[in-house]
Design a protein around this ligand. Structure first.
Ligand SMILES: [Fe+2]
Length: 201
């Protein structure tokens, strides 16, 4: 797949080398700190990212840079990890997974295209994998639209606009233990890199 995408190596979903974020969180803190909380479900994370994407003042507070993605870390619900991310025209993530975390993301401005695989991709034990026919999926997320995904989700996310920035909100539970990055040639995914949280905190 050859797309005019500038991949900066920063996360799709979990940015690294984050600029100093404004100390701001839109995340509602919903439970007493002493009470054990159940893990937030993908549906709960989706509700959070959609609600946060609708917070116009938060979205407007994200610094935008035409040269690369920008991000601010947010406090997600139930101990999840969340990010507000700005995508200049032509940027994308490359194929990756989320290290076994489930999650959700929603567009807050612009349009993002997600390419994903309708298969449970094992998170361990392989270096190349040939994707069977018919498993590729694609969807466009315009502002206000989001999706949840499970622990074995593999995807890439792109802002293909020539002119317009996109902004999105992402949440993961548990907080990302790692991300695996893949190259893709035709149907073949190849594991290229494993990133750990210390690389993007
Ligand atoms: Fe992702």
């Amino acid at each position: 797949m050859s797309l005019p995408v500038r991949s900066t190596g920063a996360p799709a979903s979990a940015p690294r080398n984050a600029p100093t974020p404004p100390s701001r969180s839109s995340a509602p803190s919903s439970a007493p700190s002493s009470a054990p909380r159940p893990a937030p479900s993908p549906a709960e994370l989706l509700a959070f990212v959609r609600r946060t994407a609708a917070d116009a003042s938060l979205v407007a507070s994200l610094p935008l840079d035409p040269e690369g993605r920008t991000w601010v870390r947010l406090e997600g619900p139930g101990g999840s990890e969340a990010w507000l991310i700005g995508w200049p025209p032509g940027t994308g993530t490359g194929w990756h997974d989320h290290g076994g975390s489930h999650g959700a993301f929603a567009a807050a401005a612009g349009t993002l295209r997600e390419e994903s695989l309708a298969a449970r991709i094992p998170t361990e034990g392989w270096k190349t994998l040939e994707v069977a026919d018919g498993l590729d999926r694609e969807q466009r997320l315009t502002a206000g639209r989001g999706r949840a995904f499970g622990a074995h989700h593999v995807h890439q996310v792109l802002n293909e606009s020539a002119d317009d920035h996109a902004v999105s909100v992402h949440a993961y539970y548990p907080p990302l233990p790692m991300m695996r990055r893949y190259s893709r040639t035709g149907a073949v995914l190849r594991l290229e890199q494993v990133e750990r949280p210390e690389e993007w905190q």
